[in-house]
Design a protein around this ligand. Structure first.
Ligand code: NAP
Length: 211
């Protein structure tokens, strides 16, 4: 299985790179930085035309935070525009399967800006017409980050307690480890039924066990 990955240097992306290497899957990463241990790297800041090689599947773990982006417009440029740019370029070279992370709560009419942006990218990815589109909607991502994110770090510390409250339908809002999300994304690469498929925490944990 050969795959393209955007966002390979992030929390989930790094886990994907490691898992793909362990499984012997050739991965081409697409992003601002070179990545070691992959078949190839395409350097781009997603602001000019992307010439992508053909592949069986494209995975997207791109994203930023409001704090890092500095404004709503700059956040939108990454979490919406760069994702769509990558997806359009993948579709243009004939890739028919796209796997993207958005987030729990994604909805085009959400009053929360972050969730609204995630909803809009889901809508716009669906409109591209991939034969299969997997939308991965995790809760809080758990894992060790290089940069400081005080809010997330606090929620990570509270996660064991919050987990007791987020049962049943609320489970989708609980934390989930980045490696579980990455394992699930890799498992999804082997799915072949067509259509748009949305995956929350419980589904992601189940898929991760099949990887
Ligand atoms: N944090 C959470 O708890 C949470 C929960 C649910 C969903 N999500 C979503 O899950 C996805 C993956 O999250 P993550 O925490 O693994 O991401 P992350 O660690 O923040 O990594 C983001 C990736 O996007 C790239 N990126 C960021 N800004 C860029 C820009 N301006 N131009 C090009 N590339 C850029 C980064 O590349 P560089 O190394 O070049 O910066 C990196 O590879 C995101 O869409 C996020 O919104 C996160």
């Amino acid at each position: 299985m050969n795959a393209l990955l955007a966002g390979a240097t992030g929390l989930v992306g790094q886990e994907l790179v490691q898992l793909a290497a362990d499984a012997g899957y050739p991965l081409t990463t697409v992003g601002r930085r070179d990545v070691e241990g992959v078949a190839a790297t395409i350097r781009t800041d997603f602001s000019s035309a992307l010439a992508l090689p053909p592949a069986r599947v494209a995975l997207c773990a791109l994203g930023t935070t409001m704090a890092a982006a500095g404004s709503r417009a700059d956040f939108y440029a990454v979490d919406h525009d760069a994702v769509l740019y990558f997806a359009r370029s993948a579709h243009a070279v004939g890739i028919q399967h796209f796997v993207a992370i958005t987030a729990v709560g994604a909805h085009v009419r959400s009053p929360v800006f972050y969730s609204k942006v995630k909803g809009e990218i889901e809508r716009d990815l669906a409109a591209l017409g991939f034969a299969r589109l997997d939308i991965v909607r995790p809760g809080l991502l758990l894992g060790r980050r290089r940069e400081r994110r005080p809010g997330e770090a606090l929620l990570q510390r509270l996660d064991p307690m919050l987990r007791r409250l987020t049962i049943g339908p609320l489970d989708r809002y609980s934390g989930i480890s980045a490696v579980t999300v990455a394992s699930a994304m890799l498992a999804l690469c082997n799915q072949s039924s067509e259509g748009t498929h949305i995956h929350h925490n419980a589904d992601l944990r189940r898929l991760a066990h099949t990887c």
